[in-house]
Write a protein that binds this ligand. Structure first.
Ligand SMILES: [Zn+2]
Ligand SMILES: [Zn+2]
Length: 171
C-alpha cells in the first residue's frame, strides 16, 4: 500500500521533506530524493502522486542488488535532537540537512563498496560512484559539487556507522 505523497516526476522516486537550521539562522525546509546521496543526473521535480516502489540499489555507487546493509546507530523515533561532529565546510545548508537525514536511514552496499567501506576509503568510493554515474557536462551540478556532496554524506556515514554490515537478505 503506497500513500499519496511527494514524489519526483523525473524518476518516480520517493521524496522527503527536510527541516534544518544552523545556529543563528531561520529554519529551512527543503525537499530531497529519499536517497542517501542526491542523484546528480537530474534535479528533483516535485510532484504529488504515488511514488513507484524502488528496488534498493547500492547507496554508494548505484549498483543493483546490493548484498549488504548498514543499520543506523540512531533511532529516528526517539531522536528528536542530536549532535554530531560533521565537517560542513563545503556543504550547502540543503546538503547538510540531507547528510544529517542520512544518519537515520540504513545504507545498502554492494560487495565492492562494502570492502571500500571496511577500508574507509572515501576517495575510492567517490571515484567508483562517479565512474558508474558520470557527471554530465550540461547537468544540474558540476563535478566539484558532486564530490563535495558525496564526501559530506560519506563522512556522516563513517561518523555514525562504525559497525559491520548485515546481509541485506535479512531485511
Ligand atoms: Zn528524481
Ligand atoms: Zn556499490
Amino acid at each position: 500500500m503506497e500513500d499519496i505523497g511527494f514524489m519526483c516526476a523525473r524518476c518516480g522516486g520517493e521524496v522527503h521533506d527536510v527541516t534544518h537550521n544552523r545556529e543563528g539562522s531561520l529554519d529551512g525546509v527543503g525537499y530531497r530524493h529519499n536517497r542517501r546521496v542526491e542523484p546528480w543526473d537530474h534535479e528533483l521535480e516535485l510532484a504529488v502522486g504515488e511514488p513507484a516502489p524502488q528496488d534498493p540499489d547500492c547507496d554508494f555507487c548505484g549498483a543493483p542488488e546490493p548484498s549488504w546493509l548498514y543499520y543506523p546507530t540512531l533511532d529516528p523515533d526517539d531522536t528528536d535532537m542530536f549532535e554530531v561532529e560533521l565537517d560542513t565546510t563545503h556543504l550547502s545548508d540543503d546538503d547538510t540537512a540531507v547528510a544529517v537525514l542520512n544518519m537515520l536511514y540504513p545504507w545498502y552496499a554492494c560487495d565492492t563498496c562494502s570492502v571500500l567501506v571496511a577500508d574507509r576509503n572515501i576517495d575510492k568510493l567517490i571515484d567508483r560512484a562517479l565512474e558508474r554515474t558520470p557527471v554530465a557536462e550540461d547537468g544540474p551540478v558540476d563535478e566539484t559539487t558532486v564530490r563535495a556532496r558525496l564526501r559530506g554524506s560519506l563522512s556522516v556515514f563513517f561518523t555514525t556507522r562504525p559497525g559491520r554490515p548485515q546481509p541485506s537478505r535479512a531485511v
